[in-house]
Design a binder for this molecule. Sequence first.
Ligand code: E4P
Length: 216
Amino acid sequence: MKFFIDTANIEEIREVHALGLLSGVTTNPSLVAKEKNVSFHDRLREITSLVKGSVSAEVISLDSEGMIKEAEELSAIAPNITIKVPMTPDGLKTVHYLAQKGIKTNVTLIFNANQALLAARAGASYVSPFLGRLDDIGQDGLQLISDIADIFNIHGLESEIIAASIRHPLHVTEAAIRGAHIATIPYKVLMQLFHHPLTDKGIDAFLADWKARENR
Ligand code: E4P
């Protein structure tokens, strides 16, 4: 499973990019709205000059004509821009059009397996099931990952599954076990993945033993 970061914050992206494990970035209108004093297009320029993998930029139009116009402007920013569209008939019409033009797409706001199957058949490069938001309403987000992975395997569908709306490290482990190709993870959760109390304890013990040796 590959790691994407789910943010429009350039400092967070820089920090995680420096760790060498970043395969891409996803943004959405809410994440972009948190960023002050920078235009959406300028921020995408900054991100794509740093990250060479897929960078998802979401359209805000609801009709396919508007989505395609936005998609053409966004994809002119850099070759690694992926156009993120909502899971609607107009969204999938846009996916179908962009796939024929060789432009990558990410279908977002997927909450059941049929939606993922429709998006894959329309030619989506990525499908994004939202784990956390399903958990929030008492449904099983992780089961959805397993179901989509099974369906894509059975039918030889090539769209990649991005586990999205990740809330904690266990979501990441389980998404990997269940066959998500990618997890898009907020900065805070990504940094939590590094930690284990026995790692900290082990480092402290090694340093203490080293110091004791120097003092002998
Ligand atoms: C995915 O691409 C979305 O940006 C994201 O994962 C949404 O997560 P949220 O439910 O934390 O807003």
